[in-house]
Design a protein around this ligand. Structure first.
Ligand SMILES: Cc1cc2nc3c(=O)[nH]c(=O)nc-3n(C[C@H](O)[C@H](O)[C@H](O)COP(=O)(O)OP(=O)(O)OC[C@H]3O[C@@H](n4cnc5c(N)ncnc54)[C@H](O)[C@@H]3O)c2cc1C
Length: 610
């Protein structure tokens, strides 16, 4: 066991902010998505002093809005990009076996064949290459190879498919992850190795000595106070916001990113009769129907996006398109009434020559536009560790400091060590905790060997062992734990990322809201006024989300989402430093949107191409 497991709570955030302001770091990471969190862990485990600041919640950008697959990417095989696929399959294997066996798990897929002649050899060759590339790594962790299926075999696995739409099938395995929880776990692991991490801290400018970048000017969005953070190297890992940071060095951008929107729908499990995930081609991209607990995730779209980067909106057109694509295959058609939740994310794609977005490269780049600044962008979730390694290699090179090579291929994330043994002991844990074994399994898949920390909350306060009213997949203890150990600071952090209540319940968490606010008020030190503000803010966000999903165009959907302020300040006596709620709130809002909100260069609507 390497590092201690730290709590992320309001006190640890204050302590991290104080440390960030105090001494010069070797590395400061801007952006707490999967890439930034990966950079922080890589640097910390090489012995560097590291800080990380994230403008919103950890993982609130693209890294909580993906298809949640850890995959080689069958479609890159079509582009004959074998190197990329092999690299990604190696990462898949590492994540499943060593780094996060509690969070990453195998998922079966069926590729239904729809044409009689050419498709089987074509898909079969692709999937064989996938298997061969995976097996050539020598450790496929028991992911079975693919199987060719007759029409009857395919329909046996997925009886919900239209008979007329299927001539046969190919069954194969990939892996999936709760992307938001994964980022949070990376952050906690990095903090355990000494990284100073703080959410809701936005970088507004760079400190310079001549041409050299020597740190950042940042604002604590919760209080409005400014901090200067000095660092020998600043690593920008802001994904689709990379242009904003490039602009801070006078537009000397070396990375040309294109932003593409992808949306997903969540529907209840009983709406699609299948024992396997389904993947199929669509005219523009790929259709995934992915098992997700008591639900299916259906994705995705691939269209240019020029609206808000912080809250990309799914329009009615996006939703209808996806439902239409799924219904080409499904015997019982889906309707909008089946949709429990919707989310949209933005891909940070490295721009190529006048290609459509789905053909742009998912490979990553690391650049060094001026001394003291490293940019890392592109890639995909699956290969975040390689992106992080390459970025820290660039940092080490620039520091002219003899740091050891990356060791993150041997660093299990918090909750991974001891997970298998605890899983084997789940029946005993059920007896000792008084919870059903199904609950223990749910906890183990979310917290791994940290599950006893959640159970100790229940032991201290048995009421926390009850399910949340209106969101009974989750225990009340998990809600408290989100705020007391996992850095959640607002309702949306809890409902949208620590849990997925916001997209897994048809009312998007409304029935559970008051109870959840009551549970986190104490660890977050909210008074009743603040709790009421938080509830009002969440409700306004959901109302806007619903309205945007009725809008016919991206522009209209975006305008509706943008009208809702984006952050509510936390104003406990200790943290507020005498700021009034209203003024700090207004500052917080203006600040985030200032680098890309309404009227901002990057977030503003500049046209669209749906
Ligand atoms: C629809 C969709 C489906 C996908 N599916 C998959 C998949 O199944 N598998 C896969 O491997 N990949 C997938 N991807 C790709 C993958 O999700 C992304 O490549 C990855 O999440 C990008 O992570 P990131 O850390 O670069 O960016 P982000 O997660 O966006 O992180 C950047 C962070 O920087 C913060 N930030 C921005 N500006 C500032 C500032 N000034 N100060 C401080 N912080 C700032 C933001 O708030 C944000 O949290 C998918 C992407 C999309 C959109």
């Amino acid at each position: 066991m390497g590092a201690e497991t730290v709590r992320l709570d309001p006190d640890s955030r204050s302590a991290a902010l104080a440390a960030l302001a105090r001494a010069e770091l070797q590395v400061l990471v801007v952006g707490g998505g999967v890439v930034g969190a990966g950079v922080a862990l890589d640097a910390a485990t090489r012995g560097l002093s590291v800080g990380l600041v994230e403008a919103r919640d950890f993982g609130a950008g693209t890294s909580s809005r993906s298809s949640k697959l850890i995959h080689g990417g069958l479609r890159y095989l079509e582009q004959l990009n074998f190197g990329l696929v092999r690299e990604a399959l190696a990462e898949r294997s590492l994540l499943l076996r060593v780094i996060a066996p509690h969070l990453v798990r195998p998922v079966p897929f069926l590729f239904p064949l729809t044409h009689h002649l050419w498709e089987r050899p074509y898909v079969g060759t692709g999937v064989t290459a996938y298997d061969v590339l995976g097996f050539s790594l020598g450790h496929s962790r028991g992911l079975p190879g693919h199987r060719q299926l007759s029409r009857r075999g395919a329909l046996r696995l997925a009886p919900g498919l239209k008979r007329s739409a299927v001539t046969g099938g190919v069954a194969y395995w990939d892996a999936q992850v709760d992307d938001a929880r994964y980022v949070l776990t990376l952050i906690r692991t990095a903090a355990g190795y000494g990284a100073q991490v703080a959410s809701r801290v936005q970088v507004r400018g760079l400190l310079r000595e001549g041409e050299r970048v020597t740190g950042v000017r940042a604002v604590d969005l919760e209080t409005g106070s400014e901090i200067s953070i000095r660092a020998q190297q600043v690593v920008n890992a802001t994904g689709v916001w990379t242009d904003e940071i490039q602009a801070m060095v006078g537009g000397r951008g070396m990375i040309n990113l294109r932003v593409s929107k992808g949306i997903h729908l969540i529907v209840p499990k009983d709406r699609v009769h299948s024992s396997t995930g389904i993947i199929a081609r669509t005219p523009d991209s790929v259709l995934f129907i992915i098992p997700w607990g008591r639900h299916w995730i259906i994705g995705t779209t691939d269209t240019d996006w020029v609206g808000s980067k912080s809250e990309p909106a799914a329009s009615r057109a996006d939703i209808d398109y996806l439902i239409g694509q799924a219904n080409r295959l499904l015997k019982t058609p889906l309707t909008r009434d089946d949709v429990v939740g919707v989310y949209a994310g933005l891909r940070p794609l490295l721009a190529g020559e006048s290609e459509s977005t789905s053909r742009l490269s998912r490979e990553h780049v690391v650049a060094n536009p001026v001394p003291g600044l490293v940019l890392v962008a592109g890639g995909k979730y699956t290969t975040y560790r390689l992106m992080a390694r390459d970025a820290v290699d660039a940092v080490v090179h620039a520091l002219d400091w003899r740091a050891p090579p990356s060791c993150t291929d041997q660093v299990p994330l918090a909750g991974a060590d001891g997970y298998v043994a605890l899983w084997n002991a789940r029946h005993r844990l059920a007896v000792s905790s008084g919870l059903h074994v199904a609950r223990i399994e749910h906890l183990l898949r979310r917290y791994g060997s940290l599950t006893p920390e959640v159970l100790s909350l229940v032991a201290d306060e048995p009421e926390l062992g009850r399910p949340v009213t209106g969101a009974d997949d989750y225990l009340r203890a998990e809600i408290v734990y989100a705020a007391s150990h996992e850095g959640a600071r607002h309702l949306d952090d809890v409902l949208g990322r620590r849990t997925h209540i916001a997209v897994e319940t048809p009312d998007r968490g409304m029935a559970a809201l008051a109870e959840i606010a009551g549970l986190i008020a104490k660890p977050l030190r909210w008074d009743t006024r603040q709790a009421a503000r938080e509830v009002g803010h969440y409700q306004a966000g959901i109302a806007a989300e619903r309205a945007s999903q009725e809008a016919g165009t991206d522009a209209d959907a975006n305008a509706i989402r943008e009208a809702v302020p984006d952050i509510v300040p936390v104003l406990s006596a200790g943290e507020a430093g005498g700021n009034g709620a209203a003024s700090a709130g207004a500052r917080g809002r203006r600040s985030w949107r200032g680098t890309g909100g309404k009227g901002g260069v990057a977030d503003g609507i500049r046209g669209r191409s749906h």
